[in-house]
Design a binder for this molecule. Structure first.
Ligand code: HCA
Ligand code: CU
Length: 407
């Protein structure tokens, strides 16, 4: 009877307390609730621009398959980079996935022809719009840019393609020119607009202003693509959505050119926890997706990576461990199981009596509180910092509860 009771308690501990609701007062989203948000994963395009990343065709298909199973709305890939990318692109288009395959190209007729050769249904074409890019990267005028953009859109539409037009470096463009070119490409037939913060220069309010500036003149759906140069990619993406954008670009682990863009796991869980968006995704494979990338690249997932990192559910301070033993929500936003991660405790100098009692118990002893206190003191005297860590399986967690009861 007692153990039944304990199991029920454990269930309660894992599922009942949704700590995100505890912050509702502070986190409340304004009177203008955000609409449905779509997720475009660009691991195969932006992600491959990350130093140390280059996939084989097989790996690209495997990543795409898993992302599709996870539930992203669209997957982006570039066929221009190499023959192997083109081959991957063709195979992805034919793979019959639920996600839209967005073929990423420059706003050039010859690139559109490559996309057509891949049997693309959706394309994304990009052209810089900031003066610094027009002058030093492309050596074209603003007028020439509009002409090129409109011509490319018309050409793509005349071939029946669905298309997003991305205003590269939008965040550093002149706002009057930006509105003008956005209007011109939408009038020419673009189905969506992409507003990237290519350099990661914006603050969240800045991203919001960027989206609102364009929203003033066009109704078409807007994508936000935020780089992480100042560590603001996720915050900026969410701000873009609050301002009326429809789709967020992400990559697994936030990979991408330089320091990357907004990471899939953080964006999806923030939408879920903060904005209470019920996305049709399977968050329990988030950690597996991150591990897959680590296996396929030379880029290690930082231990401190939110949601999927080694440390995301690792508890160390004695006071914290004592609290999570009673109620994981004390120090965990989301139960680790929900995102496919594992709860761990670090045993060592910072362990308190509860951790010590737990350790003795799982080693087969039945410690009194006095003995647990002595062990905790002994661990401190050693002055060896962290000694080892333990993964807390569900069985071990049940043991934790038994210890609590006995002490
Ligand atoms: C690039 C630029 C881009 C395009 C974004 C997009 C950017 O690397 O080619 O097409 O949505 O950050 O501006 O990634
Ligand atoms: Cu980018």
């Amino acid at each position: 009877m007692q153990s039944e009771l304990k199991n029920t308690n454990l269930e309660h501990k894992i599922t009942k307390i949704d700590s995100s609701y505890l912050a509702n007062w502070y986190n409340k989203v304004s009177s203008n609730p955000i609409k449905d948000v779509m997720i475009l994963d660009s691991t195969l395009r932006e992600g491959e621009q990350s130093p140390g990343v280059s996939f084989t065709t097989h790996q690209r298909l495997q990543i795409a398959w898993m992302l599709d199973y996870f539930g992203v709305n669209a997957l982006e890939i570039s066929p221009i980079v190499s023959p192997s990318h083109k081959e991957s692109c063709k195979r992805l288009v034919k793979a019959g996935l639920g996600a839209d395959i967005v073929v990423h190209i420059r706003a050039l007729q010859k690139d559109i022809d490559v996309a057509l050769d891949c049997d693309a249904n959706w394309i994304a074409m990009y052209h810089s719009v900031s003066d610094v890019h027009l002058k030093y990267k492309l050596k074209v005028t603003r007028d020439e840019t509009i002409k090129r953009a409109v011509h490319a859109v018309q050409y793509a539409k005349s071939h029946g393609l669905n298309l997003r037009f991305t205003m590269e470096d939008a965040s550093r463009s002149d706002h009057i020119f930006l509105k003008k070119i956005c209007k011109e490409v939408v009038d020419a037939g673009a189905d969506r607009l992409g507003l990237p913060d290519t350099l990661g220069i914006l603050r969240p309010k800045g991203m919001s202003n960027l989206v609102r500036t364009v929203r003033e003149v066009i109704d078409a759906p807007i994508d936000v693509h935020c780089h992480n140069d100042l560590g603001l990619a996720t915050a900026n993406s969410l701000a873009g959505i609050e301002a009326g954008a429809d789709q967020i670009h992400v990559t697994i682990n936030g990979l991408g050119e330089r320091v990357g863009i907004a990471p899939l796991a953080e964006v999806v869980m923030a939408l879920n926890l903060i904005y209470k968006r019920k996305l049709k995704v399977k968050p329990d494979i988030l950690s597996e997706l991150s591990d897959l990338l680590e296996r396929y690249t030379s880029v290690k997932t930082p231990e401190s990576k939110p949601i999927v990192g080694e440390n995301a559910y690792k508890h160390k301070a004695g006071t914290h461990i004592a609290a999570i033993i009673r109620e994981p929500a004390a120090y965990e936003l989301i139960p680790p199981k929900v995102v496919g991660n594992k709860r761990k405790v670090v045993i060592g100098e910072l362990s308190g009596k509860n951790t010590a009692a737990f350790l003795l118990h799982i080693l087969g002893l039945s410690p009194s509180m006095g003995e647990a206190v002595k062990l905790a003191q002994g661990l401190k005297k050693l002055q060896c910092g962290d000694l080892f860590e333990l993964s807390l399986s569900e069985e071990l967690e049940e043991e934790v509860l038994k210890v609590e009861d006995k002490l």
